[in-house]
Design a protein around this ligand. Structure first.
Ligand code: AVJ
Length: 329
């Protein structure tokens, strides 16, 4: 049992830069030699990628970020009361306002706020978020530098009910089998007094979805193309981003948005670190992200399938976004 002492920050590093390098080489070798070619979206988020994502959240077309923030502004108090937890565990820790809305609601709530456990791959962001919250709320912070798919069990067991929050609809980026595995692992960590808050973007008219992933200003296109710069810098590849274009498409069968990079012409790319030569045909598309869109029923079914029972639902007036609170059944 971990005890958090007020104002003290502990950072538990489960993922070191070498691990990230190795994971990138593994994903690039598998993805660039696959048919169709594909790269996981986690590699978007270098410093430039994080900047571009922040810029995406300010585009008029990309509604999820604003909708979630406004929904939390309206419902954080109710969620904190319904959860009755005194520790916030945040997967994909944010420096965002959203974290604060939940922390403030919990601090003002019946259970009060006794601690914060941010969990993320980016050590730098995590440390600053941890220090800031410890400073501002005077609570103990135990940060975990880890990967959602490998280090969930390193989330400390604490002597108080925990609210585990997974915001941003990032769960939509996990292909269904990975999503099931993630939810199973997470459910197995929750004790009877713990609660899980899941954010999901909902299915809506396709024109709004496609616009959200292909804004007129081209910020999302730059975000997508930046992946090639990451591969060039980290793996010594010689991608020319100008010879690729961003594609955003709705997949009605799987009900997810796909982002892809399309080769404008046939080309050969060398990836020095992997001693790999990759051929792209003209018009060939490499998938760089899926973003699944949900329905109430799908969320209830997927949580139910891993033994989690829905205890609360919050959605915005337009029904664009959903916050679901669940408990072990
Ligand atoms: C923050 C990961 C949820 O999938 O909507 C934004 C990332 N991709 N524009 C999403 C993203 C393209 C975003 N997530």
């Amino acid at each position: 049992m971990t005890v958090l002492s007020p104002g003290k920050v502990t950072v538990d590093v489960r993922l070191v830069p070498e691990d990230l390098g190795q994971a990138l080489r593994r994903d690039a070798r598998a993805g660039l030699t696959a048919t169709p070619k594909t790269m996981p979206p986690v590699w978007f988020y270098d410093d430039r990628g994080c900047e571009l994502y922040e810029a995406i959240t300010r585009t008029p077309e990309y509604y999820p970020f604003r909708t979630e923030r406004d929904l939390l502004r309206r419902s954080a108090g109710q969620i904190a009361e319904a959860a009755g937890a005194s520790v916030l565990v945040e997967l994909g820790s944010g420096t965002s306002e959203k974290t604060r809305l939940l922390l403030e609601a919990m601090a003002a709530g019946t259970a009060g706020l006794a601690g914060y456990v941010p969990f993320d791959v980016a050590e730098g962001t995590l440390r600053s978020a941890a220090e800031a919250v410890a400073e501002e709320f005077g609570v103990g912070v135990h940060a975990v530098v880890g990967d959602f798919h490998e280090h969930l069990e390193d989330i400390p067991d604490l002597d108080g009910p925990r609210l585990v929050a997974f915001l941003g609809s990032t769960i939509g980026n996990f292909p269904p089998p990975q999503r099931r595995e993630f939810l199973e692992n997470l459910a197995s960590l929750l004790g009877p007094s713990d609660r899980f808050l899941l954010a999901t973007d909902l299915v809506k008219p396709v024109d709004r979805l496609v616009a959200a992933y292909d804004d007129a200003e081209g910020v999302t296109a730059a975000f997508d193309l930046n992946l090639l710069s990451v591969l060039n810098r980290e793996l010594g590849a010689d991608f020319d981003p100008d010879r690729f274009e961003h594609v955003a498409a709705w997949d009605p069968e799987n009900r997810w948005m796909e982002m892809r990079l399309r080769a404008r012409e046939a080309m050969t790319v060398h990836v020095e670190e992997l001693d790999l030569v990759v051929e792209f045909a003209a018009g060939e598309q490499m998938r760089t992200e899926i973003s699944s869109k949900f329905t109430f029923d799908l969320v209830r079914r997927e949580l139910g399938a891993v033994g989690l029972q829905v205890t609360g639902l919050w959605t915005d007036p337009a029904g664009d976004y959903l916050l679901t609170l669940a408990r072990p059944a």
